[in-house]
Design a protein around this ligand. Structure first.
Ligand SMILES: O=P(O)(O)OC[C@H]1O[C@H](OP(=O)(O)OP(=O)(O)O)[C@H](O)[C@@H]1O
Ligand SMILES: Nc1ncnc2[nH]cnc12
Length: 144
């Protein structure tokens, strides 16, 4: 709702990634779709949605994960990412890290290279970043 804030956040995501041009931005359903596409536009690269299970047609890969409040599954179309493609995974929030880890698992299966996980907010006390290792997660804001 705050246009100026939205602009500042996407600009900061871009500032962090301005070195890279040959990447693909991947947003995680649903709030990752708020930040992945504007980042992709600013970088001049493609965007691919990683969706909750059951929303994509055609052959897909699925990875299940535990949330703080249950189980869920993420899905991606098998031909959405070429093998060897460098990707940045984008979401609004890293909490326990289960969602982001499932997205990393999908990238691994499609033989894409995860350069970095990128989130607006990281909840440090839930230690989600540890769960993602060896992948690195960069956050713009951190809370305990
Ligand atoms: O690090 P984790 O513990 O996995 O939690 C983080 C995830 O939780 C929230 O999404 P949610 O599952 O609530 O779905 P939504 O984006 O559809 O609201 C958030 O947008 C992240 O994707
Ligand atoms: N701990 C948390 N706080 C706020 N939003 C969340 N989404 C998933 N986990 C969350």
């Amino acid at each position: 709702a705050n246009t100026m804030l939205y602009h500042i956040i996407t600009k900061q995501l871009k500032a962090y990634w301005k070195r890279l041009t040959s990447v693909q931005s991947q947003g995680l359903d649903a709030r990752g779709f708020l930040f992945g596409p504007p980042l992709a536009l600013r970088l001049g690269v493609g965007f691919v949605p990683v969706r909750k299970k059951g929303k994509l047609p055609g052959p897909t890969e699925t990875a299940s994960y535990a949330l703080e409040y249950g189980q869920a599954e993420l899905e991606i179309q098998r031909d959405a990412v070429e093998p060897g493609k460098k990707v940045v995974l984008v979401d609004d929030l890293l909490a326990t890290g289960g969602t982001m880890r499932a997205a990393c698992e999908l990238m691994k299966r499609l033989k894409a290279e995860v350069l970095e996980c990128l989130v607006v907010i990281e909840l440090l006390s839930l230690k989600g970043a540890e769960k993602l290792l060896p992948f690195h997660c960069h956050s713009l804001l951190q809370y305990d």
